[in-house]
Design a protein around this ligand. Structure first.
Ligand SMILES: [Zn+2]
Length: 149
C-alpha cells in the first residue's frame, strides 16, 4: 500500500459552506486503507455508506465555522463530527487515538487524483436494497421522468 501524499493543502467543508477546513498530510497509505463503510451507523448518519480516509489530526485545521461543528459519540470513545447547520459529516475520531482522524471524503473540495477506495467494509450489514452488485441502470444525471429534486 503506497502512501497517498496530498502534495500540498487539500481543502474541504460542509454543504452549507459554514464549516471550512484544510488538510496537509497523507490520506490512507501508512495510516490505513481508504474505505467505504457500509455499517448501520454510517448508513443512519449519512444516508448510505461513508467514504473514509485515515488522516493525521495534526494536519487538519478548521479555517472557518469551528463554532458550528458538532460532535456525537456514536460508540463509546468514537466521535463523529458534522456541521450543526446542514448536518454534513466531516470526520470521525477516537478518543484513544488523538493523533488520528478519519476524514469523510465527500467533504473534500477535490480529492487527490491517486486516491482510490481500497476496501468496502461491513458489507455484512448492507440491507438488501443497497446491494453493491445491483444491476440497476446508471445515469449521468437523474433518472428519466424525475419530477422533484
Ligand atoms: Zn454546514
Amino acid at each position: 500500500m503506497s502512501e497517498v501524499l496530498t502534495g500540498g493543502c487539500l481543502t474541504g467543508g460542509c454543504l452549507c459552506g459554514g464549516v471550512r477546513y484544510r488538510y496537509a498530510g497523507p490520506l490512507g497509505g501508512p495510516l490505513g486503507a481508504v474505505t467505504v463503510c457500509h455499517c448501520g451507523q454510517c448508513r443512519r448518519a449519512q444516508g448510505l455508506a461513508a467514504a473514509v480516509a485515515p488522516a493525521r489530526a495534526a494536519g487538519f485545521e478548521l479555517t472557518q465555522g469551528a463554532d458550528l461543528v458538532r460532535e456525537y459519540e456514536s460508540s463509546p470513545g468514537k466521535i463523529r463530527a458534522f456541521c450543526g447547520v446542514c448536518g454534513s459529516p466531516l470526520y470521525s475520531r477516537r478518543v484513544a487515538d488523538p493523533a488520528g482522524l478519519r476524514l469523510r471524503l465527500g467533504s473534500l473540495d477535490a480529492a487527490p487524483e491517486d486516491l482510490k477506495v481500497q476496501a468496502h467494509i461491513h458489507v455484512a450489514d448492507l440491507p438488501a436494497w443497497a446491494a453493491l452488485d445491483d444491476d440497476a441502470p446508471r445515469y449521468a444525471g437523474v433518472e428519466p421522468g424525475r419530477r422533484s429534486a
